[in-house]
Design a protein around this ligand. Sequence first.
Ligand code: NAP
Length: 474
Amino acid sequence: MEHTDLYINGTWHKTAERFDVINPATEQVIASVASADIADADAALDAAEAAMKDWAAQTPRHRSEVLRRAWELMTARLDHFAHLITLENGKAGADARGEAAYAAEFFRWFAEEAVRADGLITHAPASGARIMVQHKPAGLAVLITPWNYPAAMGTRKIAPALAAGCGVIIKPASETPLTMLALMPLLEEAGVPPGLVNVLPSRKTGALVDHMLHDPRVRVVSFTGSTGVGRKLLKSAADQVLKPAMELGGNAPVIVFEDADMETAIEGTMLAKMRNLGEACTAANRIYVHDSIAAAFTKRLSARMSALKVGDGTDPSVDVGPLVNADTRDKVAAFVADAVAKGARIECGGTVPDGPGYFYPPTVLSNVSEDADCVHDEIFGPVAAIQTFTDQAEVIARANATEYGLVAYVFSGDFKRALQVCERLDYGMVGLNRGLVSDPAAPFGGTKQSGLGREGGHEGMLEFMETQYIAASW
Ligand code: NAP
């Protein structure tokens, strides 16, 4: 591995303390990575503050062109990034390449958005003064990312922050710090000045992040990860009243109506369930199928799931890699055991294979009871848990009966009905006859305890900007 040290002010820093990164397919150590402490955080904050002064003063066109070059460079090196993602996260080659391309697209999208921080000028209705509204960079941003998308969850934050004119310190997940470190030379080559983007892997995560969130220069905390950690960060952020962007957990329902096109519903459910091996906040967690088509749907889904080839993701013939670590694999196995104890049937999969590697086979469960743990918690693995329904109002109520509200999926051939159902779902995003909603051009985010704010779309850049209003007379 070429880059395993801290990246501060455009240079690499070694540390006395280091930690191992494991390949989940082989359980072998693939790198020893530097672990940042408080002094490193201070150095990164100093560097980001200094770099941001110049960066924020650059023209939007300049920022746009740097981001555009980052997209071009990353697109030219997709295989390199995909390989790194597979090594540290485990996901299979096609999934990893898909992530690398998706990650690169955030640079292109926000290159286009950088020149569109539109303001407003209007007459105050009562006084006749002018109301002038503009958006300005919010300040230094601390970005914290999870292991499930080692590239994309980082670029989805870095690109809008840079487009807005902010400097950043990024704390990648400890399971997968290598991809983000490898991105830094590419950003340098694209023209990102030293100090503007700093990367601090660390095993002292809580203390390190808390320290940064209490530095008066920091104004934004942008986090993607579990709802539990998100709550803690919101509490820390309250002390300095930081601008929070929180992309948290999900419990996505899939609703398949009796009038759905079966092939579309199967393909969409496969994508919603198996993209990233189910290790996605958007993963189909509860699959509600109309009683009249449930048997046929279950049979076809099981055939598709059991045909997937499981193995080391570096083998191009493999469809499904390992889960990221032993804890995640054991948690998935426990969800299946609990569901079976409460009456579920295993249609395929369901057995942990011998190691090495944290593998779990694509699994379909039918007859899952409402009180099974997997109905209430994120499975975060390749287990499709099927329940049935007969009534539209009842299934909407069941789909909404969760503290999460990230994404739901609806499959129906009746567009009027489908749109009515979409509107009644309390979710930030709905996939309608589609198993994929993620798109850099669309506002990604959830309601309720799935988060605050949006990433991507036009909204993504505004998360890193403050609105200023000038009351003017002339
Ligand atoms: P996690 O445990 O919450 O970790 C995410 C990040 O937070 C990691 O960088 C982690 O660092 C850091 N962290 C952990 N404890 C912290 C603390 N006390 N203070 C500050 N930072 C802390 O989540 P995960 O297991 O990596 O990711 C899975 C979760 O992310 C799922 O719930 C999933 O739904 C959610 N997710 C949401 C979205 C979305 O867009 N809504 C996208 C992807 C994933 P260490 O690795 O060093 O512990």
